[in-house]
Design a protein around this ligand. Structure first.
Ligand code: FPP
Length: 226
């Protein structure tokens, strides 16, 4: 089955920084730059969709200074990132409860979605203030508002944040944790999962190739038989 969409749980930034006696946020800075590299590698390999878990609905429990830093990274670095990514044909989209992340964050997200909407080499979906359960609840509330009394899976899908992005074929989580942490709960039903010990700022093209090789060896049966 052709690999179209890879989703990344970018874990281990804090530990990466700590190992270097640096503040945790330094790990997030390196982690943000890593997104660009990974997007470039994926585009070169013909992957059409990528999703990056940048901030979860649970991450508000972190110290305010760290939260501000992560959103600051987005709002301050995005034009720099955009300049380079636009040349790569990147269509940037954002998924999550964006309005709850503040007016500034919301308007930056919408601005760059608009600016890149005609790019078609690779979609980069940034999950920001994202939670899989929140996404399902948000979909249900929209469905209720529309007055449905019952729906099917195909209809439900249309109410997810990015209905036109296919489900991830492969989800890669760095830093050795083996869980989904509320990421793409609906969309991950048949995703292949790949876990690596490497911390996100150290994620390399070689690691990406290993994950893809592993994916290519697996048999996806979607509940059927071969
Ligand atoms: C997990 O590492 C990482 C995060 C919660 C934040 C990821 C955010 C970025 C890479 C920046 C995103 C920026 C933009 C511009 C989209 P952790 O802090 O949980 O690491 P630890 O488990 O080692 O503590």
């Amino acid at each position: 089955m052709k690999l179209q969409h890879i989703a990344f749980i970018m874990d281990g930034n804090g530990r990466w920084a700590k190992k270097r006696n640096k503040p945790r946020v330094y790990g997030h800075l390196k982690g943000a730059y890593k997104i660009e590299e990974v997007v470039r590698w994926c585009a070169q390999k013909g992957i059409k969709y990528t999703t990056f878990y940048a901030f979860s609905t649970e991450n508000w429990k972190r110290p305010k200074s760290e939260i501000d830093y992560i959103f600051g990274l987005l709002t301050n670095k995005i034009s720099e990132f955009y300049g380079r990514m636009d040349k790569e044909g990147v269509k940037l989209v954002f998924s999550g409860r964006l309005r709850e992340a503040g007016e500034k964050v919301y308007s930056v997200c919408k601005e760059y979605e608009e600016k890149t909407k005609n790019n078609d080499r690779i979609v980069v979906n940034i999950a920001l203030n994202y939670g899989g359960r929140a996404e399902i609840i948000d979909a249900i509330n929209k469905i209720i508002k529309e007055g449905y009394s019952s729906i099917d899976e195909g209809t439900f899908r249309k109410y997810l944040y990015k209905a036109d992005i296919p489900d991830p074929d492969l989800i890669i989580r760095t830093s050795g944790e083996k869980r989904l942490s509320n990421f793409l709960l609906w969309q991950s039903a048949y995703s292949e999962l790949y876990f690596t010990e490497v911390l996100w700022p150290d994620f390399s093209e070689e690691e990406l190739d290993k994950a893809i090789e592993d994916y290519n060896k697996r048999q996806r049966r979607f509940g059927g038989i071969k």
